[in-house]
Ligand binder design. Structure first.
Ligand code: HEC
Ligand code: HEC
Length: 263
């Protein structure tokens, strides 16, 4: 003790003690927060369902009913599955803001954890399509861009346009652009069939073919637009239309100019 107290007067004693104290506080804090972190990841399934139910009662039940049974405003969610909830809430379509035409993609109102809890809750009501996990989304490895392009042109292009840029449908509805959409959302859209989009079951488009479509769309995203403006990348029709109107317009202009000169 005597030897220790001799060091107390040393000029480094203060700074050293401070560093030591800070170190202790720091490590104990990180240990404490690590253990709280652990407890959220081992968050049991039933707590997630409970949390989801609470979120549902606050944010969704006014339209979908207290037990997700549906009502006059919105459809029942019994059996739609976690994939549908993840798609709708994860892309910000739900909670629906504007009930006029179709639920639009917007900034999500819920955090990823809350979306997961809502999905767990809805999935607990009745079985339905699950959220495709990372082990299923191996499109880089198992997808084939050329096959994906063919499948896309025969199944999706009539609504989403040949290069996935999106397009108008009837009655003011539209199919959104597929550029910049993440692979989980793409897979979910195909198995869920949101609003006017059909469901593409695994019998119609196998899981491997779905991966090819995703790979094709991801490749289209990074493809550079060669030769000036892409004109929506629809192909010769818009290009022809543009040159037709511009060309004829120019000819009419010249004709008018010539006749006024002659007078
Ligand atoms: C203002 C009313 C409203 C609110 C609030 C709302 N929804 Fe919806 N929801 C709708 C309507 C309307 C539809 C049907 C849209 C359509 O298909 O055109 C729908 C559709 C859905 C679907 C698709 C169902 C299917 O058949 O696949 C899911 C999933 C969904 N809502 C989840 C939620 C969740 C979760 C919440 C709360 C975070 C929520 N909704 C809040 C009105 C609402
Ligand atoms: C009959 C028209 C139609 C067909 C065919 C169709 N879709 Fe869609 N798709 C839609 C509509 C409409 C929406 C928007 C739904 C919504 O907002 O809830 C949509 C939404 C999507 C989304 C979500 C995009 C986003 O911004 O979140 C993806 C991804 C998608 N479709 C992919 C596909 C793929 C892949 C195919 C072909 C296998 C396909 N669709 C076929 C009409 C269609």
């Amino acid at each position: 003790m005597k030897r220790l107290s001799r060091y107390r007067k040393h000029r480094y004693a203060g700074p050293l003690l401070l560093t030591f104290a800070l170190f202790i506080i720091g490590t104990s804090f990180s240990v404490a927060s690590a253990s709280t972190h652990r407890s959220t990841t081992t968050f049991s399934r039933s707590t997630a369902i409970d949390a989801g139910r609470q979120l549902f009662l606050k944010g969704c039940s006014s339209c979908h009913g207290l037990n997700a049974e549906g009502g006059s405003i919105a459809p029942s969610l019994i059996g739609v599955g976690a994939a549908s909830v993840d798609f709708q809430v994860g892309t910000g379509r739900m909670p629906m803001a504007d009930m006029t035409v179709q639920a639009m993609r917007k900034k999500p109102a819920y955090t990823p954890e809350q979306v997961a809890a809502l999905a767990e809750y809805v999935a607990s009501l009745a079985p339905g399509p699950a959220i495709p996990g990372a082990e299923l989304l191996t499109y880089e490895r198992d997808g084939n861009t050329a096959q994906g392009g063919e499948l896309f042109r025969s199944n999706c292009a009539m609504c989403h346009n040949f290069s996935g840029q999106g397009g108008a449908l009837s009655q003011g509805k539209y199919a959104p652009t597929l550029m910049g959409v993440d692979p989980v959302t793409m897979y979910e859209a195909m198995i869920v069939g949101p609003q006017s989009m059909p469901v593409f079951s695994d019998k119609i488009i196998t899981p491997q073919e779905k991966l090819s479509i995703i790979k094709f769309l991801k490749a289209a995203e990074v493809e550079p637009a060669l030769g000036g403006t892409a004109l929506g990348r629809v192909g010769p029709v818009t290009e022809g239309l543009l040159i037709w109107t511009l060309g004829i317009g120019l000819l009419i202009g010249i004709a008018v100019w010539l006749t006024t000169k002659a007078r």
